[in-house]
Design a protein around this ligand. Structure first.
Ligand SMILES: *Cc1c(COP(=O)(O)O)cnc(C)c1O
Length: 390
């Protein structure tokens, strides 16, 4: 598709192939396998001499449409879809690392990613060093001659720390490693890490790409060669995306930008109001001038995003009081939905790590994380104020 089209246009149109019926919406090819005209064609398709679909663990036209659309949005040469966000991260490591290799990852990454790198991959001889600080020099110090990947999320969860993608890309490339960015919190509507020098973007499509909390999915975007390696792993090992989920996510992408803009605008407004509330000790939101990496966020991101973290004065009892007074907000650790969610990280997503590790990561007992959806900001604020005013 014409690459000069704006992101809004690509999100609605890129990648669509029409069948012989000329359907207007993207077609859902709910089929596990594909038939051939002849024995010779079957042989040619299997050998790769002829392009085309064989089996939906390899390729499927609906999944291909999603991959092309997401590649267009990320400005990537290639994209491969996966069964979930974790499948995207697993496939990236399995495709690009081997026994004896080393990864450098930010300490605050998604809990399952920490488990994958810290507890599972070492059984296969791939070790990870977790970097505590948000400083390119700290990442550089953790590099080893066998480092293959540097892995970050920006903004981070739940404190919305913003990492400098260009600086970390330079650090990774200096050691011959690739920079992988989990772009879950911003989505390509707000941030395109490849433009800042990242090599690969991984997604949990479960979050903002679907955007309405319906299906699991994931993707890896980047240059053709590494994405091809990830694809080869997936077609053999199997954690590929269901065509049904691909179809749902394709339709989700059509509203990605307007959702992200609306949810970000509400998040900024909510962050401002929370910052002014006497029961709130501190607000963490990249769109606020008080955020430590506000200037960097303005360079990397179109908005501050839709996640607001804040610490109430007091501890767990005061934070839980806010959660338990919510009648509208959903009490769940999920995010990226049109419905606003609230979570208390210290007792849920980060509940299983030691109190010392939590303190080191800045996850205090008073901290709450709100993933702002599409409800009116006045209603979201009123729901939070019930507990805050109490
Ligand atoms: C949810 C999430 C994942 C994992 O995605 P799944 O689709 O649940 O497997 C990875 N990274 C981040 C930042 C997430 O929020």
């Amino acid at each position: 598709m014409d690459e000069t089209f704006h992101l809004d246009t690509l999100a609605v149109r890129a990648g669509q192939e029409r069948s012989q019926f000329g359907e207007h919406a993207e077609a859902l090819y709910l089929t596990s396998s594909f038939v051939f005209e002849s024995a010779a064609q079957a042989a040619a398709r299997f050998s790769g001499a002829e392009g085309g679909n064989v089996y939906s663990r390899f390729t499927n036209p609906t999944v291909t449409m999603l991959q092309e659309r997401l590649a267009a949005l990320e400005g990537a040469a290639a994209c491969v879809a996966t069964a979930s966000g974790m499948a995207a991260i697993l496939a990236t490591v399995m495709a690009l690392c081997q026994s004896g290799d080393h990864i450098v990852a930010a300490r605050g990454i998604f809990g399952a990613s920490q488990q994958l790198f810290g507890a599972i991959m070492p059984r296969f001889g791939v070790e990870t060093s977790f970097v505590a600080g948000n400083d390119p020099a700290a990442f550089k110090a953790a590099l080893k001659p066998n480092t293959r990947l540097v892995f970050i999320e920006t903004p981070s969860n739940p404190l919305t720390e913003v990492y400098d993608i260009a600086a970390l890309a330079a650090v990774a490339h200096g050691a011959g490693a690739l920079l992988v960015v989990d772009n879950c919190f911003c989505s390509p509507a707000l941030q395109r890490p490849l433009e800042f020098g990242a090599d690969l973007v991984v997604h949990s499509a479960t979050k903002y790409l679907d955007g309405q909390g319906r299906v699991l999915g994931g993707a890896v975007c980047g240059a053709t060669a590494p994405v091809e390696e990830v694809f080869k792993f997936l077609r053999t090992a199997g954690p590929t995306l269901s065509p049904f989920n691909a179809w749902v996510i394709l339709k989700g992408l059509e509203t990605l930008k307007i959702r992200m803009q609306a949810q970000s605008a509400s998040a900024l407004e909510l962050a401002r109001r929370l910052e002014a509330h006497p029961a709130v000790a501190r607000v963490f939101y990249p769109g606020l001038p008080s955020h430590p990496q506000h200037a960097l966020a303005l360079r990397q991101q179109a908005t501050g995003g839709a996640i607001v973290a804040f610490a109430v004065k007091g501890g767990r009892a005061e934070a839980w009081r806010v959660v338990d007074h919510c009648k509208l907000l959903s009490i769940t650790a999920n995010l990226g939905d049109t419905k606003t969610t609230i979570t208390h990280p210290a007792s849920t997503t980060h509940g299983r790590i030691s109190a010392e590790a939590r303190a080191e990561a800045g996850i205090t007992e008073g901290l709450l994380r709100v993933a702002v959806g599409l409800e009116a900001v006045d209603d979201i604020e009123a729901d939070l104020r019930r507990g805050l005013d109490a």
